[in-house]
Design a protein around this ligand. Structure first.
Ligand code: GDP
Ligand code: IMO
Ligand code: MG
Length: 422
C-alpha cells in the first residue's frame, strides 16, 4: 500500500482540515508529518465546529488511528488544550492517537525566543504565529532539541535545564519582551504529565508495518507549499518542509511509498503574515473577499490578506509536489461578482514570465490576469457538479485545463457534506 497525501498549494488555510476530515472515512490511519501548533485546521459537522492545531483531522472518526509523526513539533500545552475540547465532545482521542517518540518538543523558552526574535526584526518580521516553531526547528537541526521520547528518560530534567539555559543566554541578545516564564513553565510541566498518558511509538516502524499489512494511510499537510522552508517565499516562510517530499522525512517512509497527491487551492488566494503575494488585492475588492470568505486566522485571529487565484504560483507548487488530483475550496465565496480574475503570468521590469522569480521579495510584480464572468447565484452547499452555474463551470474548467491536473472535489461550504465529488 501507499501513503496518499493532502496538502495546501498556496500560503496555508486552503481548507485542508475539512477535506481530510471528509476523506478520513476511507482510510485506516491519518498522519501529520510536519508543522505544529502554527496550524489551525477547521472542521464543521453536526452543527459543531472544531479547530485542530496538533491533532490530525481524522480524530473524529471511530476506528481510525491518528499519528503525530516525527516531523511535527509539539507544544504539550496546546495539545492538552486541544484535547480538552475533544473531551467536551466525548471523542475517545486517547485510544485513537499515537505520537512518534522522535517528534520534537516546543519549550516555553522556544515561544519566548520566537516573540523576541520577531520583535528584534521590527518591520522585517516574518509575521510568525509566535508558537515557537522556528526556534524549535532550529534546535532540531542544531542537534540540541528535546524529543517526546526524552520525557520518560530519567535524565529529562537535566536535558531540559541545559536547553533552557542555552535559550536564556540567547535571549540576552534580543530586546526583552513580556513573557511570564515561571508560570508558562509550570503549565508546561503539568502538560508533560498529560502527554505521558498517550501511546508513544517508533513512528517509522509503525507506519511501514501498517503499509505492509495493507492499511490505508492519509498524510495531512500543514501550512502551504508557498511557506515551505526551501521553496517558499524565503525568508517569509515556516521552518519545515511542507511539500510531498516532507512526508517521507516527517513519517519515515521511502519516496516509492507515496501514492495519490491531493493538492488543495482556494477559488481565490490568501496569505497571513508578511511576505510577497503577487495577486494580492490590497483594496476594497480584497476586503470584500475577506468579509465574504471569513478570512481571519484560525490560530491567531489575524486578518488574512486576500487576492485572486494565481496560476503561476499554483503551477509551481503542483510541480514541486507531484500533484495527481486537485481540490478547489470556497467556490461559494465567489458568488455575486461581476467578474473574477485569475493571474496567468507576471510582468517584471517589462518581461513576461510564468515562473516564480528568485527575487520575488525584491521586485515589483505586475500580474497579467484573465477575466471570467461571475455568477449571480449561490453555490453554497451544492453537491452535484451539474447544479453549479454555467459560469462557475467555465471558471473551473479553464483553471483545470491551465493547470493540467483534474479537480476531483469542489468544496461549496465549510460543512463536511458541502462537497462536490467529481
Ligand atoms: P486549513 O488550515 O487548510 O485547514 O484551513 P482553515 O481551517 O485555517 O481555513 C479554512 C476556512 O474555510 C475554515 O474556516 C473552514 O471552515 C472554511 N472552509 C473550508 N472549506 C470551505 C468552503 O468550501 N466554503 C466556505 N465558505 N468555507 C470553507
Ligand atoms: P495551516 O496549517 C497560514 C505563516 C505565518 C507566518 C509564517 C511563519 O492552518 O494552513 P510560523 O509560526 O510557522 O513561524 O510562521 O507562516 N503560517 C501560516 N499561515 N496557515 C498556517 O497553517 C500557517 N502556519 C504558519 O502566518 O507568515
Ligand atoms: Mg489554517
Amino acid at each position: 500500500m501507499k501513503v496518499d497525501v493532502i496538502l495546501g498549494l498556496q500560503w496555508g488555510d486552503e481548507g485542508k482540515g475539512k477535506i481530510v476530515d471528509y476523506l478520513a472515512s476511507n482510510y485506516d490511519i491519518v498522519a501529520r508529518f510536519q508543522g505544529g501548533p502554527n496550524a489551525g485546521h477547521t472542521l464543521k459537522f453536526d452543527n459543531q465546529k472544531f479547530v485542530l492545531h496538533t491533532i490530525p483531522s481524522g480524530i473524529f472518526r471511530a476506528g481510525l488511528i491518528n499519528l503525530i509523526g516525527n516531523g511535527v513539533v509539539i507544544d504539550p500545552i496546546t495539545l492538552e488544550k486541544e484535547s480538552k475540547t475533544l473531551d467536551d465532545a466525548n471523542i475517545d482521542y486517547m485510544n485513537r492517537l499515537l505520537i512518534s517518540k522522535k517528534a520534537h518538543l516546543i519549550l516555553p523558552t522556544h515561544r519566548n525566543l520566537d516573540v523576541a526574535s520577531e520583535a528584534a526584526k521590527g518591520l522585517n518580521k516574518i509575521g510568525s504565529t509566535l508558537k515557537g516553531i522556528g526556534p524549535t526547528y532550529m534546535d532540531k537541526t542544531g542537534r540540541n532539541g528535546l524529543r517526546v521520547g526524552d520525557i520518560i528518560s530519567p535524565d529529562f530534567m537535566n536535558k531540559y535545564n541545559v536547553l533552557k539555559k542555552k535559550h536564556l543566554d540567547l535571549l540576552k541578545s534580543f530586546p526583552s519582551v513580556d513573557f511570564d516564564l515561571e508560570s508558562e513553565e509550570k503549565r508546561w510541566f503539568e502538560s508533560i504529565e498529560f502527554l505521558k498518558k498517550f501511546q508513544f511509538v517508533n513512528g517509522e516502524y509503525y507506519i511501514n508495518e501498517q503499509l505492509d499489512k495493507g492499511k490505508k494511510i492519509l498524510a495531512e499537510g500543514a501550512q502551504g507549499s508557498m511557506l515551505d522552508i526551501d521553496f517558499g517565499t524565503y525568508p517569509f516562510v515556516t521552518s519545515s518542509n511542507t511539500l510531498t517530499s516532507g512526508v517521507c522525512i516527517g513519517l519515515g517512509i521511502s519516496p516509492n511509498r507515496i501514492g495519490e497527491v491531493i493538492g488543495i487551492t482556494k477559488a481565490y488566494c490568501t496569505r497571513v503574515g508578511s511576505g510577497p503575494f503577487p495577486s494580492e488585492l490590497d483594496n476594497e475588492q480584497g476586503e470584500w473577499l475577506r468579509q465574504q470568505g471569513g478570512e481571519f486566522g484560525s490560530t491567531t485571529g489575524r486578518a488574512r490578506r486576500c487576492g485572486w487565484i494565481d496560476l503561476v504560483q499554483l503551477k509551481y507548487t503542483i510541480m514541486l509536489n507531484g500533484v495527481t488530483q486537485l481540490v478547489m475550496t470556497k467556490i461559494d465565496v465567489l458568488q455575486d461578482l461581476e467578474s473574477i480574475e485569475a493571474c496567468v503570468a507576471y510582468r517584471i521590469n517589462g518581461e513576461v514570465t510564468e515562473e516564480i522569480p528568485y527575487e520575488i521579495n525584491d521586485v515589483k510584480i505586475e500580474t497579467i490576469t484573465q477575466s471570467f464572468s461571475g455568477w449571480n447565484a449561490s453555490t453554497a452547499g451544492i453537491t452535484v457538479h451539474s447544479d453549479l452555474p454555467k459560469e462557475a463551470i467555465v471558471y473551473l474548467n479553464s483553471i483545470e485545463k491551465s493547470l493540467g491536473v483534474p479537480f476531483t472535489m469542489i468544496s461549496t461550504g465549510p460543512e463536511r457534506e458541502s462537497l462536490i465529488i467529481k
